[in-house]
Design a protein around this ligand. Structure first.
Ligand SMILES: Nc1ncnc2c1ncn2[C@@H]1O[C@H](COP(=O)(O)OP(=O)(O)OP(=O)(O)O)[C@@H](O)[C@H]1O
Length: 310
């Protein structure tokens, strides 16, 4: 339905996106995952006709949009990373203003606004000035604006950055409902792997302008099918324990956090007794040892040697 074909975007010396191939089919929720600076915003700016690729093509229904973006723009809703609202107007006034830009008016616009306010959970705050809204409420209204003209496809650029967990959940649930109840096609960019894991059918993972993995969640996790992630919890660590884990030849990777150590080992390795012995020798009491299937975060770490949020 919508695709990038060998699309590259250069800014003077920086190649923000390198020969990227990416497609979205009708009715899908596709995730675009990558750390800051990976090239996600640049990729979706090209997909939404806001930016022309330096080379390559952008196609909607198999036709290039580079010369004629109008058919795409009609069916596309864009939720930008930056909040684009009038702070001195109320929620309703903002929606009215943007609705008029889409040439909507009168009862039709009012009906639409009522439905959207309900959907984004701001009906009770419709007459409040946006300046007084929390970050999460502003983000929800930002999404409401993008939904005014009933888009078939919505592209969201990190819509949950910097907001409270409750608003974040609300946004994730709303995106799921838009997809399930209205068959809306969604491209969702994020650097939170758990959001993409929760929402998306298919995922693209970018790093430094390159596509480093793509496929369904299961396919991507297959990359690590030969490994298990073990999470070890304790109230504190000591150097002896960490040193003995690090020196174990069976461990592929280790990440140490305040109360949790995560290690990655080959699937066939049973580490339980070895870890318990290491803890005993180091004089450390463990709270738990859990074996988990790999997450998208583990895949990213495996492919790049870095954590997504580094
Ligand atoms: N207009 C621009 N001029 C120059 N360099 C740019 C421009 N836009 C992006 N870049 C550079 O291109 C690279 C990719 O940026 P982009 O914003 O697409 O990444 P991102 O994955 O969306 O990251 P973030 O989550 O921080 O927005 C970065 O190195 C960035 O500095």
């Amino acid at each position: 339905m919508l695709e990038l074909v060998d699309s590259t975007k250069s800014f003077k010396k920086v190649k923000a996106v390198k020969k990227l191939n990416m497609f979205i089919e009708k009715g899908e929720i596709v995730g675009l995952l990558g750390p800051n600076g990976a090239g996600k915003s640049t990729a979706i700016s090209m997909l939404s006709s806001l930016m022309e690729p330096t080379s390559g093509d952008v196609r909607y229904c198999n036709k290039s949009i580079l010369k004629n973006p109008a058919p795409l723009r009609k069916i596309l809703g864009m939720v930008p990373q930056e909040i684009a609202l009038y702070e001195d107007l109320t929620a309703i006034e903002n929606l009215q203003f943007f609705g008029r830009l889409y040439r909507m008016k009168g009862k039709e616009l009012q009906r639409k606004i009522d439905v959207i306010l309900e959907l984004i959970g701001l009906t009770d705050h419709r007459k409040d000035i946006v300046k007084k809204f929390s970050g999460g409420m502003k983000r929800r209204l930002n999404i409401g604006v993008a939904l005014l003209h009933d888009p078939e496809v919505i592209i969201m650029d990190e819509p949950t950055v910097g907001i409270d967990p409750q608003s974040r959940n609300y946004i994730l649930e709303t995106v799921k409902r838009l997809n399930e109840e209205r068959q809306m096609t969604v491209l969702y960019t994020s650097h939170y792997m758990e959001e993409v894991e929760f929402l998306c059918d298919r995922i693209y993972i970018m790093d430094k302008g390159n596509l480093i993995a793509s496929g369904t969640k299961q396919e991507i996790k297959q990359i690590l099918s030969a490994e298990n992630t073990i999470s070890i919890k304790a109230d504190r660590w000591n150097d002896a324990f960490i040193a003995s884990i690090e020196s174990s030849p069976t461990i592929h990777r280790i990440k140490v956090e305040e109360k949790e150590i995560t290690i990655v080992v080959p699937k066939e390795v049973n580490m339980f007794s070895e870890l318990a012995k290491m803890a005993e020798q180091a004089g450390l009491e463990l709270r738990s040892i859990d074996i988990n299937s790999p997450t998208l975060e583990d895949v990213f770490l495996h492919l790049t040697g870095r954590a997504l949020r580094d």
